[in-house]
Design a protein around this ligand. Structure first.
Ligand SMILES: Nc1ncnc2c1ncn2[C@@H]1O[C@H](COP(=O)(O)OP(=O)(O)O)[C@@H](O)[C@H]1O
Ligand SMILES: [Mg+2]
Length: 231
């Protein structure tokens, strides 16, 4: 198992947000984490990355315990996050951002430009001159340059025009073929189903539903219950 999360609890001060989250993910597979606003999806991926300290439970990456390690250490073990809201450097160019994100491994700046030709065309532009879609590609490119075994994506489609969400879906689906394991937090059901093998739905800091993506796609009651009508 690439990732095994057991009975994970975490929160902020006295406010507990994760109430015993369990999740497993095989190597080269993608799981979509779905759920309404405020249920704890971001807190979950932040706990995996060591950005939020778990108060109990276990997070194992290929058998290695991550819980309690700091973010830098977790990154060195092969985990990268593309944060919600992207958070690209506003004053650095695309090329500069990618250059400082390089580390030895199979991912190169050229390879990032190959999967995101739009970024190559924008290499001299600063972060604050990019569209939301380009910023998302840059944030993903930066994460890939860390050669992750496990990639965490927190609502990559948020605020993107439908055409860009489609492009993003193609790229993310393509990443699966590279053997990388993906945890994709999404509210866009179509994108989630296009990219993920499995779906897990979170309610109040716990996963209460799990199914193969195809099965979830046909379960209108579950979609309405966990994502809300109109998704
Ligand atoms: N830094 C923080 N400090 C205090 N409370 C937070 C913080 N971040 C999130 N929360 C609270 O934790 C709960 C879960 O938030 P979050 O994990 O961001 O949910 P989601 O990503 O599913 O929308 C919410 O009630 C939110 O207000
Ligand atoms: Mg969130």
């Amino acid at each position: 198992m690439m990732l095994t999360v057991q009975n994970l609890t975490a929160g902020y001060g006295t406010a507990q947000v994760l109430h015993g989250a369990d999740l497993t993910l095989d190597q080269g597979r993608a799981v979509a984490v779905l759920g309404r606003n405020g249920v704890g999806k971001t807190t979950f991926v932040h706990a995996l990355m060591g950005l939020v300290r778990p108060s109990s439970g276990s997070i194992r990456l290929a058998g290695r315990e991550l819980s309690g390690l700091d973010t830098r250490r977790i990154a060195r073990l092969g985990v990268r996050i593309v944060p919600q809201g992207r958070r690209v450097f506003r004053s650095l160019t695309v090329a500069e951002t990618l250059e400082i994100s390089r580390s030895p491994g199979e991912w190169t700046v050229e390879r990032v430009y190959q999967i995101f030709p739009a970024l190559a065309a924008r290499r001299r532009h600063r972060g604050d001159q990019l569209s939301g879609g380009e910023q998302e590609m840059l944030a993903i490119g930066r994460a890939l340059l860390g050669n992750p075994r496990l990639l965490l994506l927190d609502e990559p489609s948020e605020g993107l025009a439908p055409r860009l969400v489609e492009e993003l879906g193609v790229v993310l689906a393509g990443l699966r073929a590279t053997g990388i394991s993906v945890v994709l937090v999404e509210q866009n059901l179509r994108l989630a189903l296009e990219v993920a093998d499995e779906v897990r739905c979170m309610v109040k800091g716990r996963f209460v539903y799990g199914a193969a993506a195809g099965e979830f796609a046909g379960d209108g009651a579950a979609i309405a219950a966990y994502l809300g009508v109109g998704s």
